[in-house]
Write a protein that binds this ligand. Structure first.
Ligand code: CP
Length: 313
């Protein structure tokens, strides 16, 4: 594996999920693996889970870790053939090459603008780092994907499924802010390699980009989608069609115990952070059906598997 930015980068996704599961059982099995090597993590946007779990994963493999909050103070120019007389003091062409002198692997977190669909969906900032870095790049969530989250989610489903081909429902949920589509996109992308029956439910106007929607069925009636589900994966996302906008929604899409009662005692999943009693009711989040802390825990082992795979040659 040369980089980890999307599912297509992974030659054998099932083996990578198995590797994450192995590291969960044996977190220090390769604690000398990356001795003398350095992981540099650049965060252009805030993070709790991704930052701490990726740092922990790297430390458990023996990496030294340098994390930079790149959002504040460091204004990077990504455009070519530009006269750099604005407030952006450094160009991606030098910056990526310079960081590559100090790093054996570089992690990047960058969110979308939610205003320029074409640029966001070209995954512009992440791809500029891929273009100019000379070491492997790991997406710590990009404009359109969150593959480390999805890998952890695959592991969580694998651990908790009680039958083959469980029914998994990806459900839109309300949120006061316009959020990226990255988690939902990535979840759908990775479900394509899992032996699951995925249904996507959301209000009209919240269809995912066709690349991520793929062949998966859409059910616009949330309660109907929940019937017989084994896993409910909740997430808000802003509109792709009416790009980055929050649309008017008539019905209540918050996940409640009443709706969960329609399922096959489904497990509840969410990538976190989550807005209580907006996205999901306390009664669901605090119930034994909730896997959200397990998902967060699995982030470490997903990252450990990816870092190990990238440098294992
Ligand atoms: N789920 C997730 O990526 O959380 P953070 O934004 O805290 O990293």
């Amino acid at each position: 594996m040369k980089q980890f930015t999307q599912l297509a980068d992974v030659p054998n996704p099932s083996a990578l999920i198995d590797k994450a599961q192995y590291f969960k059982a044996n977190p220090l099995a390769a604690n000398d693996f990356a001795k003398g090597k350095t992981a540099v993590l650049l965060f252009f946007n805030p993070s709790l889970r991704t930052r701490l779990s990726t740092e922990k994963a790297a430390l458990q493999l023996g990496f030294s870790v340098m994390t930079m909050n790149a959002a504040q103070g460091w204004k990077l120019e990504f455009e070519d053939q530009i006269v750099m007389n604005s407030d952006k003091a450094e160009h991606i062409r030098e910056a990526a090459q310079v960081i590559s002198q100090y790093a054996d692997v570089i992690g990047i977190r960058t969110f979308p603008s939610l205003t320029d669909k074409d640029k966001d969906y070209s995954d512009y900032i992440l791809q500029r780092f891929v273009e100019f870095s000379s070491v492997p790049i790991v997406s710590l969530e990009s404009a359109i994907r969150h593959p480390l989250q999805s890998l952890a989610d695959c592991l969580t489903i694998k651990e908790h499924q009680t039958k083959s081909k469980p029914k998994v429902v990806l459900t839109w949920a309300p949120h006061p802010k316009a959020l990226p589509q990255a988690v939902a996109n990535s979840f759908a992308e990775w479900m394509s390699i899992m032996d699951v029956d995925l249904t996507i439910t959301h209000p009209e106007g919240y269809e995912l980009a066709p690349t991520f929607q793929q062949h998966f069925p859409v059910e616009y009636h949330q309660q109907k989608a929940f019937e017989g589900a084994d896993f409910i994966y909740a997430k808000n996302w802003s509109s792709f069609q009416n790009y980055g906008k929050i649309l008017e929604v008539k019905n209540n899409w918050t996940i409640t115990a009443e709706k969960m009662a329609l399922t096959n005692q489904a497990k509840f999943m969410h990538c976190l952070p989550v807005r209580r009693n907006v996205v999901v009711a306390d009664e669901v989040l605090d119930s034994p059906q909730s896997l959200v802390i397990e998902q967060a825990n699995n982030r470490t082992f997903a990252a450990q598997a990816v870092l190990h795979e990238l440098l294992n040659h």
